[in-house]
Design a binder for this molecule. Structure first.
Ligand code: UD1
Length: 363
């Protein structure tokens, strides 16, 4: 019998655990537990994703909530330790790059429990990003590093990690996208939002580097409003961004933009799939737009997902009004000259969950 303890905490983790849980459940002699740290807790940021993805209710919710990075990380560690003692897994499986990923890795390795990291090896080389710190610490400590793209293997080798700990498995987010794309289409979210059959843009922004300074956020919102003068701009707002807009008195800047509450997974995919372009600072959307063949402008100076640029539809743009406006103009011109095509990096084939599950069995 092999016991897996999967740890999730924040919105982008939920799409990643779903295919691994499903693939492992199909193997014999597998027991699985799902622990939710409670890093994200609003219905729109968490429960809705569990429903859309068909995830089982977590066996345990640590209920840590929001706090400073240190307090949140420490709380997760304190609450996770007794759960780990009780569940006694053969493997802890952690996902992505959020604080929950790093916190539970630290607890696990200190207690001598093996840790597998799904989405290992990604690097932005930007240590001002909290996620980059989480990635570096998690990969330095975890026993099995499961990479979504070949650049991940190379990054890990360059950090001196032995080959025996690295396994290229492909992209689990893509498993979820491919398995749910048809259901997302049936939802017809563009009709519900009045943009069906029209050119429209979909956008999300939540990175501290883009939304925590008034000037930067004002530049981005100004560019979205400029674009909204040309076509509908659908903008589901992350709670962090909503708070900052109000705090900085920027609510009036987006009068022409269609502001929405955070959306679930299916509704997001449904809207992205039919959109003319995506403007974002999300990691996941860079990958999803590549798979769907939708041009993506990522307002960041770097990306930990370079294959979305070299083999996909992604492009980095400065977080300025003029920079975004210039890039939008180029995307719209390119659309009239043949447009964009879906990218298919190696291992982005819908089978990553199966490859991961097969590596986690204990004989
Ligand atoms: C976290 C992840 C980030 C990921 C993002 C996706 C880290 C370091 N960051 O960032 O990598 O891209 O999730 O959303 O782990 N809040 C709510 N309701 C919630 C959750 C948060 O209102 O359910 C508010 C709180 O005021 C909180 C703020 O949003 O302070 C930010 O939440 P937090 O989890 O700290 O970071 P994210 O920006 O969501």
């Amino acid at each position: 019998m092999t016991t897996l303890l999967h740890v999730v905490g924040a919105r982008p983790n939920f799409m990643k655990v779903a295919p691994v849980l499903r693939a492992a459940a199909a193997l014999p002699n597998m027991r699985q537990y799902l622990v939710h740290t409670g890093q994200h807790y609003d219905a729109a940021m968490s429960d809705r994703f569990f429903e859309d993805l068909g995830l089982p209710a977590p066996d345990v919710n640590l209920g840590v909530g929001s706090a400073t990075h240190s307090v949140q990380t420490a709380k997760i560690m304190i609450e996770f330790e007794p759960v780990l003692d009780r569940m006694k897994p053969d493997w802890i499986v952690v996902y992505g790059d959020v604080n929950s990923t790093m916190a539970c890795t630290l607890v696990g390795v200190k207690k001598g429990v093996r840790v597998a990291h799904v989405e290992a090896g990604l690097r932005s080389r930007d240590r001002s990003m909290p996620e980059e710190i989480n990635r570096i610490v998690t990969d330095a400590l975890a026993d099995l590093l499961l990479t979504p793209s070949r650049d991940g293997d190379e990054n890990l080798r360059q950090e001196g990690i032995p080959e025996s700990r690295i396994r290229f498995v492909g992209n689990v987010m893509v498993d979820t996208l491919l398995s749910l794309r048809a259901r997302a289409r049936e939802l017809a979210a563009p009709s519900a939002h009045g943009v069906a059959g029209r050119s429209y843009a979909f956008c999300t922004f939540h990175r501290p580097s883009n939304v925590d300074q008034r000037e930067t956020l004002a530049e981005i919102l100004g560019a979205l409003d400029d674009l909204a003068g040309r076509m509908p701009v659908v903008f589901p707002i992350h709670p962090r961004t909503r708070q900052r807009m109000t705090e900085f008195g920027l609510d009036g800047l987006t009068r022409r933009v269609t502001l929405l509450e955070p959306l679930g997974y299916l509704e997001t995919v449904s809207l992205v799939d039919q959109s003319t372009l995506v403007l974002t600072d999300s990691g996941g959307l860079q990958e999803e737009t590549t798979m769907l063949g939708v041009p993506c402008l990522t307002a960041r100076p770097n990306t930990e997902r370079p294959v979305t640029i070299t083999e996909g539809t992604n492009r980095l743009v400065p977080s300025t009004r003029s920079g975004i406006n210039a890039a939008v103009a180029e995307v719209l011109a390119a659309r009239n000259n043949g447009g964009y095509h879906p990218g298919r990096p190696e291992g982005w084939d819908g089978r990553a969950g199966e490859r991961i599950a097969s590596l986690l069995t204990v004989s």
